[in-house]
Design a protein around this ligand. Sequence first.
Ligand SMILES: Nc1ncnc2c1ncn2[C@@H]1O[C@H](COP(=O)(O)OP(=O)(O)OP(=O)(O)O)[C@@H](O)[C@H]1O
Length: 274
Amino acid sequence: MTSTTQVPRAVPAAPHAGATLEVTGATWSVGETLVIDGIDCTVPAGAVSGLLGPNGSGKSSLLRGLAGVQRLDDGGATFGSADLLRMPRRERARRLAFVEQDAAPDRPVTVLDAVLLGRIPHRSVLAGDSAHDRGLARAVLGRVGLAALADRQVATLSGGERQRVHLARALAQEPTLLLLDEPTNHLDVGAQLSLLALLRDLAADGVTVLTALHDLNLAAAACDHLVLLSRGRVVAAGPAHDVLTAERVHEVYGVRCDVLVHPRTGRPLLALSE
Ligand SMILES: Nc1ncnc2c1ncn2[C@@H]1O[C@H](COP(=O)(O)OP(=O)(O)OP(=O)(O)O)[C@@H](O)[C@H]1O
């Protein structure tokens, strides 16, 4: 993703840009365990929102529920005027793309073909890839810094490279709502910052972005809005300086921190101590 400024923009201004995601009462249990427990949250239009919380707090479960990978037991989600959870699958895939945690391909596939999977919702059932599809897939590979690896087998890539293939496939969908589950896993620090810069570019184009993140400082630096989960519930939501207070970080994560002010951005900077 070091090449974000050197390649053509592959994802144009979203045609239905500017929609807000509203989640109400999202609930999901496994057996007797309530994994997410009546989550209400607003994910602002055309902004990058961070979904935070300790391990097991329900971030992936919420994202999977919103993406339609896992059916929620209760609750709703609207994206603009559309009912996200009751939308036909194909229609949802034209608006929403989901980058899951390190999903390995289940069959041999090249990087380019993996990215082209993102075009399926946009073409008729029997049609193959068009020249436009292939051009767009190559452009998104450029945008995530993988242009040179288009013909490699996905199985031969490093974890960080594979993560970028998942992102490129999602971008090939030309989503207006992009959900990501810890997309910075496996990425080195430069690639993490490039990824967040790319998400910010997408938001500036009108895409609504919700991304689970573990790194609180990365979230504070890159997100316009944060939603903090604990034990399947929202404990705080809003701008970083409201959500990431020392008291709340201690209460939710059990660690002490000093909340400083970043000397250049003015955003919160957490110095964690135990
Ligand atoms: N299919 C499942 N069967 C049983 N338990 C599950 C299932 N899916 C999730 N859970 C449990 O629900 C809880 C929340 O899991 P989830 O993956 O949503 O958390 P998370 O916040 O994404 O965690 P992490 O930061 O570790 O990725 C965990 O305790 C997990 O073990």
